[in-house]
Design a protein around this ligand. Structure first.
Ligand code: TYM
Length: 335
């Protein structure tokens, strides 16, 4: 059999997928599944760092599976699974934690941000989030990890941990994986609140979801932050305006973007028109997702089958990896 590159990526079950998740990650997943051996999972262990209620966790996990499938992932081509269905991941996580240092973990940007956001819950899982992520990636000896720009630092840490393991035990066991995007650069989709990235926890109205109804999309886009308009020709765009153009760049025709760009540059632009067009194009773009999400949500048995099938395939790949690690470290063979 030919030796295909192994691709892995995951998404936390925070609820519905938004356009950032789609353009930063899932769109690449769909393309990659035709060419490579792919593993795509729901990071439900990671979710525990924020202490979700069991009923919310379960519902959100299923919703992400539904939305993965609605976006075009095919369980016959890719292995789609729940992180918690592969408990071998936690054994690898433990081994990797033995060689992960407090100082380097404390310097991770996402840890610092989370610690600021949830000062009463700075748990050990939050600190070791990057080692669990490294375990997810290394458990399948993955080569490519399609992620958005915000995950770049985590990927760098996985590379460090993989190299460290290989060096420590003088083996060439783990491939050194890399973050991947089809267009060289990793993507960062902005939100509608004028700054930063689109994200679920960035506040109401910042994110647009793949399954969102047209009325809400329209309302959210029309409320997006703008500025008072250009006063000079070819003026540099402020961040909120650049963000709207970036969003337009991924959902609209190039001619439409050009049209509004020209209007901006000669100071005739009306932001209301720009937003109306953007809302229309997002609604058009998300149309097929909305329909598929509805269909799939109604087919409980099928979703159960996909989860079962994924668990089996993912474990078949994970067990030999951990078996090898146990042998290298010097533990007894138990599986
Ligand atoms: P999460 O759930 O925050 O995001 C899932 C994926 O969506 C991408 N993404 C974005 N891309 C571009 N623009 C945005 N505004 C945007 N928002 C989110 C993320 O980069 C990511 O690719 N730690 C991971 C989950 C994870 C994982 C892994 C990923 C756990 N283990 C192993 C890869 C490999 C996370 O929280 O992603």
């Amino acid at each position: 059999m030919e030796n295909k590159a192994i691709v892995l990526s995951g998404i936390r079950p925070t609820g519905n997928l938004h356009l950032g998740n789609y353009f930063g990650a899932v769109k690449n997943f769909v393309k990659l599944q035709d060419e490579f051996t792919c593993y795509f999972f729901i990071a439900d262990y990671h979710m525990l760092t924020t202490h979700p209620k069991p009923e919310n966790l379960q519902g959100n996990v299923r919703q992400v599976i539904i939305e993965y499938l609605a976006a075009g992932l095919d369980p016959e081509k890719a292995t789609i699974y729940l992180q918690s269905d592969v408990p071998e991941t936690t054994e690898l996580y433990l081994f990797l934690n033995m060689n992960a240092y407090k100082g380097e973990l404390e310097r991770v940007t996402t840890f610092k941000e989370k610690a600021r956001k949830q000062p009463d819950n700075i748990n050990a899982g939050l600190l070791t989030y990057p080692t669990l992520m490294a375990a997810d990636i290394l458990i399948h000896k993955s080569h490519l990890v399609p992620v958005g720009k915000d995950q770049e630092q985590h990927l760098e840490m996985t590379r460090t941990f993989a190299r460290r393991f290989n060096r420590m035990y003088k083996v060439d066991y783990f491939p050194i994986p890399r973050a991947f995007n089809f267009d060289d650069e990793l993507v960062k989709i902005p939100g509608l609140d004028g700054s930063g990235k689109m994200g679920k926890s960035e506040g109401e109205g910042n994110a647009i979801f793949l399954g969102e109804d047209p009325k809400t999309i329209h309302k959210k886009v029309m409320r997006a932050v703008t500025d008072s308009g250009p006063t000079e020709k070819n003026q540099e765009k402020s961040e909120p305006i650049q963000n709207l153009f970036t969003l337009m760049g991924v959902v609209s025709d190039p001619e439409t973007v050009q049209y509004f760009d020209d209007q901006y540059n000669n100071c005739t632009i009306r932001y209301g028109d720009l937003k109306k067009q953007l809302a229309e194009d997002i609604i058009k773009f998300t149309e097929p997702f909305r329909e598929r999400i509805k269909e799939l949500a109604a087919d409980k048995a099928y979703i159960d089958k996909v989860i079962e099938m994924g668990a089996e395939k993912a474990r078949a790949s994970a067990v030999p990896t951990v078996r090898g690690v146990r042998e290298i470290i010097g533990f007894r063979k138990i599986y």
